[in-house]
Design a protein. Structure first.
Length: 139
């Protein structure tokens, strides 16, 4: 259910994600750390489910609000309530918008939720150009 899948982090948006550098991303890498809550789906798919089932999540991205590409997810098969998406910085700023879908597979049947609310905009600055024509004068 759409209302039970809530993407969270610390940008003060609903849902949210947080750009990071260092820490969970490694010493020099950049990433976005997504966290979310899902209160109803684990009850639908748990260790006592018969037949057995799996609950995973898929992450989708777009460069404009509402423009997520649902044909090509950026990540699938996410089995926890957190995901770290690596980001490679370019010379231009990068802005992204993100949604999640819950995916339950049981007895050979796969069912996908509607998309979560959107996290974004999440923006990384462009890598600055090197200063031009430095000079030095002895004093």
């Amino acid at each position: 259910m759409l209302s039970t899948l809530l993407l969270l982090a610390s940008l003060g948006m609903h849902p949210m994600a947080m750009p990071q550098s260092g820490g969970p991303c490694g010493a020099s890498a950049h990433c976005i750390v997504f966290t979310w809550t899902d209160t109803a789906n684990p009850a639908k798919c748990n260790a006592s489910s018969t037949p057995s089932c799996t609950l995973t999540y898929s992450l989708f991205a777009g460069t404009t609000s509402g423009g997520e590409n649902y044909t090509t997810p950026v990540a699938t098969g996410i089995s926890s309530l957190t995901y770290t998406l690596p980001v490679t910085l370019t010379t231009n700023p990068q802005t992204g918008y993100y949604t999640l879908e819950a995916v339950i597979t049981q007895g050979g049947i796969t069912v996908t939720s509607a998309p979560s609310g959107e996290a974004g905009p999440i923006t990384f600055p462009g890598v600055p150009n090197a200063p031009a024509s430095p000079s030095a004068v002895p004093h």
